[in-house]
Design a protein around this ligand. Sequence first.
Ligand SMILES: *Cc1c(COP(=O)(O)O)cnc(C)c1O
Length: 361
Amino acid sequence: MKRVYNFSAGPSMLPEAVLRRAADEMLDYQGSGQSVMEMSHRSKVYEGIIGSAESLLREVMNIPDNYKVLFLQGGASSQFAMVPMNLMTKSGKADFVLTGQWATKAYKEAARYGEANVVASSKDQTFCYIPELDPATFTKDADYFHICMNNTIYGTRFTKLPETGDVPLVADISSCILSEPIDVSKFGVLYAGAQKNMGPAGLTVVIIREDLIGHAMDITPTMFNYQTHADNGSMFNTPPCYSIYISMLVLDWIKNTIGGLEEMKKLNEKKAGILYGYLDNSKMFRGTVVPKDRSLMNVPFVTDSDELNAKFVKEAEAAGFVNLKGHRSVGGMRASIYNAMPIEGVEKLVEFMKKFEEENA
Ligand SMILES: *Cc1c(COP(=O)(O)O)cnc(C)c1O
């Protein structure tokens, strides 16, 4: 067996220890005589799994008691509609910061349901920075204020939250959930597709302050109403059982093997530091993001030549560093170095880049 270093933006690497444990438990989950994939979601044994997944997430993220945790489907993309259908119901207005494609999709979807305002955008420079925000330009009576915390495609992240006062802050944290501690109490809603940093595709996690539940538009489909899932413990219908189970194993790994999110953050800063440090000194490669806004998770970089970029991606793949091709809208390369990417993966990538730089200088 040979495993590669997978730099995919998502779905992405999972901790090897998690995959091994899942393999061990595949045919007979803890003496139940069944795989988790086969069991009734209403069984006692599965109740234990979804219950542990929630309590581990609450513990690891330090989620206050007045927040509900929902395990849903439909991806972060469904939240682009679900958030406005549930929240945009008082003034019917919401504010958006356009920091990339996902943020823009959230804005465009919300504009179908109410008055969506753009308070700032970094589109003028291919989203390579996070715009400065002036609270005087925010909509005072907005129902919510939306940001995309970590911009997966462009490799930027918010390091300072907008000061929205009483307006609930809503954040897409798909590509940074569990990468470092986050003060949940500063947000009205947090949502994330699991497949970047938490588990397999198919699960979407929503963390929502309780007072924001129960105000959905009349047209909201039952399945798109947060109340439906909050009232039924994410069991209104069949949840994504296996993805929740793997996420539980990932959370257990973060808590017990890594030692929590403070430790996770240190590891992620170390990994990102190795890669950015090299990019800042290389004569061939350079990062595309303004240094102060650099993501810890997604690192886009380029050379000055498309041919060289293509050659690099091809040779890297042959050497066991896969999925380094940049997003089609940015070109060049992107290394996604989520929680499960070991430090050796980044060290070896940098060694490989140095060698490539020497050989192609
Ligand atoms: C991947 C991603 C999405 C889309 O997620 P789906 O689960 O595929 O809908 C949305 N936002 C961000 C920030 C992402 O990284």
